[in-house]
Write a protein that binds this ligand. Structure first.
Ligand SMILES: Cc1cc2nc3c(=O)[nH]c(=O)nc-3n(C[C@H](O)[C@H](O)[C@H](O)COP(=O)(O)OP(=O)(O)OC[C@H]3O[C@@H](n4cnc5c(N)ncnc54)[C@H](O)[C@@H]3O)c2cc1C
Length: 437
């Protein structure tokens, strides 16, 4: 018996960028009841920068959030052509040189992560958030699809929902259970290989540099203050861009052992502090402006960069994966958070059209549109990193490498967000039983 008037109960597990964006987007629909379950005691982000591109900005506009995000961007985005990245060859102890300047509408829009997350938190109705709720497992009754799922939390409590969205990050508990369940149901143990994230063979060092400090250290007109920079060299590269109205430069540097891509990282701890000397040693004999920048990072953190093997499905019955839980990727195109926001927006548009009887078709339409797009960005992001380190098929041939790097950014404008939403809704309408809409 259908109950079109009953609210759809959506449980979002995880309150990072993906869970919060989805929570905000769904909270606007009166036929949807949303709960966000976060393991930590509060919503929080690490102290670093995050960049987004024009299509993510368009979503923030469509959600009515652009004004608030503009206040915390490095500068209010205005749609004019801007620098994506200024690519330089930098791994020699002399002045390096530019081998490609990538420009695009809006350029690279950048934020301090804490301000970025807060802009979502400020739009989330407060009663939707539940803290200290680490999901351990979920169970759907196998013989009664009209009943909801039971959620089991580490504090011993339980809850119920109609659909469960895994926004629980790269080590997702929900992905683990979804893939274990499917492997068991289908007798296909190869599905288990999608659960554990794979090390890319790359270590990243991160730090924030005060612009005043950089100027004092002799970098009065340091390029990193003005433009997003990509300093490239063999088996390593360094990214920098200014955030916080231009007062801070965010720096992430990468050191790669490409032969180790696809292995399991030997340590459970993927993020640790490290001495500044380790960072300086990794870029010894690079061009002086890189050394000057790195000398300003007194206490870098060290990150083992992981990604997922592209998943064959994001949805199983009434459970869906979103954000890093679905497609954690290497950060070489600054795209993981933007992809999470696209997931969240498209899923919300679909659920906005669904009833309790058509939620499964809405989830399938989400997967239909988002899986190929996000998996392609995941793979492209990894390939881009190889290009920046002269380890792709184009090697050090700048005449072909430059255009190839440029082409890696085509996904930003290959479709519009509105087209993708239209495709998803059209597919949903096609597969949803008419009698239940
Ligand atoms: C070095 C680096 C630089 C990057 N730079 C960029 C960039 O410039 N631009 C960009 O777009 N992307 C960037 N990314 C990627 C981006 O940070 C991620 O894609 C994004 O933060 C993922 O958000 P998420 O909400 O899916 O996951 P997370 O941020 O990991 O959030 C998951 C949340 O779920 C909670 N949680 C986990 N397990 C449970 C559970 N069992 N129960 C309840 N809650 C749970 C966690 O506490 C956390 O709050 C970068 C990544 C790295 C490593």
């Amino acid at each position: 018996m259908s109950e079109p008037s009953r609210k759809i109960r959506v449980a979002i597990c995880g309150g990072g960028i993906s869970g919060l964006c989805l929570g905000v987007a769904l909270s606007r629909y009166s036929h949807i009841k949303v709960d966000v379950y976060e393991a930590a005691g509060q919503f929080k982000e690490i102290g670093a920068g995050v960049m987004i591109w024009a299509r993510t900005w368009r979503i923030l506009e469509l959600m009515g959030l652009a004004e608030d995000f503009a206040k915390v961007a490095h500068a209010p985005p205005d749609g004019s052509m801007g620098v994506g990245f200024d690519y330089r060859r930098s791994d020699a102890p002399k002045e390096g040189f530019r081998f490609r300047l990538v420009q695009m509408p809006y350029g690279c829009i950048r934020f301090h992560r804490a301000s970025f997350l807060d802009a979502f938190v400020n739009h989330l109705p407060p009663d939707l958030a539940h803290f200290g709720k680490r999901l351990l497992s979920y169970a759907y009754p196998s013989n009664n699809t009209t009943r909801g799922a039971q959620l089991y939390f580490a504090d011993g409590s339980t809850s119920e929902c109609d659909i469960l969205i895994g926004c629980d990050g790269i080590k997702s508990t929900i992905r683990t259970q979804m893939y274990e369940n499917r492997a068991g149901e289908t007798n296909d143990s190869s599905l288990l290989s999608y659960i554990k994230p794979l090390w890319t063979g790359t270590i990243a060092y991160r730090g924030l540099v005060g612009v005043e400090n950089l100027k004092k250290m002799g970098g009065e007109d340091h390029r990193a203050i003005e433009n997003p920079m990509m300093y490239c060299g063999k088996r390593r590269h360094a990214v920098s861009y200014s955030i916080s109205q231009g007062n801070i430069v965010n720096v992430v540097t990468f050191v790669s052992e490409p032969e180790k891509n696809g292995s399991y990282y030997p340590d459970d701890d993927w993020v640790t502090e490290c001495p500044q000397q380790e960072l300086l040693d990794a870029y010894k004999n690079w061009e002086p402006e890189v050394e000057r920048l790195l000398k300003c990072i007194e206490r870098p953190t060290r990150w083992a960069i992981h990604h997922l093997k592209p998943l064959p499905f994001y949805v199983s019955n009434r459970v869906a994966l979103l954000g890093d839980a679905a497609h954690a990727m290497a950060p070489h195109q600054g795209a993981g958070a933007g992809q999470a926001i696209e997931d969240a927006y498209i899923l919300a548009c679909l659920l906005g059209k669904a009833t309790i009887d058509t939620v499964e078709q809405a989830l399938l339409a989400y997967e239909k549109v988002r899986l190929p797009a996000a998996n392609a960005v995941l793979q492209g992001s990894f390939e881009s990193g190889k290009m920046y380190e002269f380890d792709s098929v184009h090697g050090e041939e700048y005449a072909v490498l430059g255009p190839a790097i440029q082409a890696q950014w085509n996904w930003i404008s290959a479709t519009t967000v509105e087209q993708d939403v239209g495709d998803a809704i059209e597919y949903f309408m096609r597969i949803a039983p008419r009698s239940r809409m």
